[in-house]
Every structure is written in C-alpha cells, then in structure tokens.
Write a protein that binds this ligand. Structure first.
Ligand SMILES: Nc1ncnc2c1ncn2[C@@H]1O[C@H](COP(=O)(O)OP(=O)(O)O)[C@@H](O)[C@H]1O
Ligand SMILES: [Mg+2]
Length: 172
C-alpha cells in the first residue's frame, strides 16, 4: 500500500463559505482546462463548489444550476468553462448528439455533475471530486486520474495543511 502514489486528498469543509473558498483556491490551477467529475448526493454541494470556482475564475454574476439546460457556458478571460448537470439526461447517447467531444477536447474546463448518467460516452476525468453530506459540514475528496491532476493535488496540498493525503486504487 505505502508505495502507491498519493492520488487523493480530503478535507472537511464547515459551511458553504468553506466550500466556496476551497473551490476558489483551485481556480489558479485550472486555467489550462481539464475534465472534472463532481459526485455526491442531491444537496451535497456540487453546484455550490462549481459556483465558487467559476466566480473565482472571473465570472461576475450568478452561476445557476444547469439541471434543466444540461450545460451552462462561461467564456472567461483565461479559459472557457462548461458546467454540466446530467441529472436529467435520459440516455448517454444524447451527449453524442450535442457534440460532447467538442466541449471536452480542447483547452476548456468542463465541470460535470452526475457524470454516471453519461457513462459509456464521457471520457475518463482528470479529477473526480466527491462531496459527502455530513449535515452541518461536507467532506470533499479529490482523486486524481491523470498526471496533470496529480500536479493540481500536489499544489493544493502544498498550500493547505488541512488537506489529508491518501492513496486510493484505480487511478494509476
Ligand atoms: N461545507 C458545507 N457545509 C454545510 N453546508 C454546505 C456546505 N457546502 C454547501 N452547503 C450547502 O449544501 C447545499 C448544496 O446545494 P447544491 O450545491 O445545489 O448541491 P448539489 O449541486 O450537490 O445538488 C446548499 O444548501 C449549501 O448551502
Ligand atoms: Mg447541482
């Protein structure tokens, strides 16, 4: 176990403001884009996290949940962000019809809530972020599955002593 690379970090976030602040701390790392899956139950904080990140990347104004639109588009100064919520997706093939690959292949940052609904069509993520609802707080777990995401985690860990590192299988 101990010689597995460290590819996961976790932290408990107390209150929504902590979720927003943590998401904002990731913004400088993500300007060259990537694919991030956001997992967790309804109300776990996936959209709150996305809002903190998208606003910290320079979007002024609200970040609404893409539950009904499937995707919201944020053309920003440093990168293009696409925020997906696949909760209401009937069939993963709908993603093919909307040209999902054009969103993902490129330098844009794609945040995808409910990625399981797109299984079979979505490519593998660079990073999976899981939010666990602990009631008054949330546990966030970040798991890197690409070398660029491993670099993101290294930089986050270097700047935040509260982040606990551990190894989780399946991402090497
Ligand atoms: N760290 C936290 N501790 C407690 N409550 C939080 C935290 N982060 C977010 N919340 C709350 O959890 C809810 C998350 O809602 P939302 O982001 O829409 O969830 P999801 O997109 O996962 O369905 C909001 O009511 C928000 O205020
Ligand atoms: Mg949501």
């Amino acid at each position: 176990m101990s010689d597995l690379p460290t590819n996961s970090l976790s932290k408990v976030l107390h209150g929504e403001s902590a979720t927003l602040a943590f998401a904002a701390s990731m913004a400088p790392l993500l300007t060259s884009g990537g694919l991030i899956f956001l997992q967790g139950t309804l109300g776990a904080g996936k959209t709150a996290f996305s809002r903190g990140l998208i606003q910290a990347m320079g979007h002024q104004g609200p970040v609404k949940s893409p539950t009904y639109t499937l995707v919201e588009d944020y053309p920003l100064a440093n990168t293009h962000v696409y925020h997906f919520d696949l909760y209401r997706l009937g069939d993963p093939e709908e993603l093919e019809f909307m040209g999902i690959r054009d969103y993902i292949d490129g330098d844009s940052l794609c945040l995808i809530e409910w990625p399981d609904k797109g299984q079979g069509v979505l490519p593998a993520a660079d990073l999976t972020i899981e939010l666990q609802d602990l009631g008054e707080s949330r546990r966030i777990i970040l798991t890197a599955a690409s070398s660029r995401a491993e670099l993101w985690l290294q930089q986050l860990a270097a700047n935040d002593a509260d982040l606990q590192a551990f190894s989780s299988g399946g991402a090497d």
